[in-house]
Design a protein around this ligand. Structure first.
Ligand code: S3P
Length: 187
């Protein structure tokens, strides 16, 4: 659409080749916050996979880990992911472990933009432990050391994402700007 032809929907038109965005990254990287803002900006639906699992089971993620174990949680998370990624015009924020299954990011449907919000272990720990939400994988005696270990293990999986953004010092709105700009130039 050229300027002067009623350009209000320029962003929507220019990003139309993309049908969904999946944000990946470690706990505390800002997937849910950025995802909510991005969905508003695009006029799309937002799905947080942890919330979808909690809605489907009526139980908190931390309780599912405790009572049924991580494996059971991963199955519920996978089911929620299948339902979410079948949608279009959707921004998805999975938990930090969802993208670790081999082939999961590469096997997403066409039209899916995967974005890695990359943070240092220090930022992840500060953000992930500074809330009332319990992260079972970081509730051991040395969360910082565990976060460093997990991030190192997980980086190869996160790096399969098409777009990588340094989310350490960036505000949610600047990350949204960067994602929308990428969608516009790469449609
Ligand atoms: C997990 C991340 C959490 C949640 C669960 C496991 C992980 O979600 O799914 O505690 O394995 O990294 P967030 O990344 O939204 O904190």
């Amino acid at each position: 659409m050229s300027p002067g032809t009623g350009g209000r929907n320029v962003s929507r038109m220019a990003t139309s080749a993309w049908e969904r965005v999946v944000l990946v990254g470690f706990m505390g990287s800002g997937k849910s916050t950025v995802g909510r803002h991005l969905a508003v900006r695009l006029g799309w639906v937002f799905v947080d996979l942890d919330e979808a699992v909690e809605a489907a089971t009526g139980a908190k993620v931390a309780d599912l880990f405790r009572t049924h174990g991580e494996h059971a949680f991963r199955q519920l998370e996978a089911e929620a992911g299948v339902a979410a990624t079948a949608r279009v015009r959707v921004v998805i924020a999975p938990g930090g472990g969802w993208s670790l299954v081999p082939g999961r990011l590469d096997g997403l449907p066409d039209g899916t933009l995967t974005v890695w919000l990359r943070v240092t272990p220090e930022t992840a720990i500060r953000r992930a432990t500074g809330t009332t939400r319990v992260r079972p994988l970081l509730s051991g005696p040395d969360p910082a050391a565990r976060a460093r270990e997990l991030i190192q293990e997980r980086e190869p999986a996160y790096s399969r994402a098409r777009l990588q953004l340094d989310a350490d010092r960036a505000s949610p709105s600047s990350l949204v700007d960067a994602i929308v700009a990428y969608m516009e130039r790469s449609e």
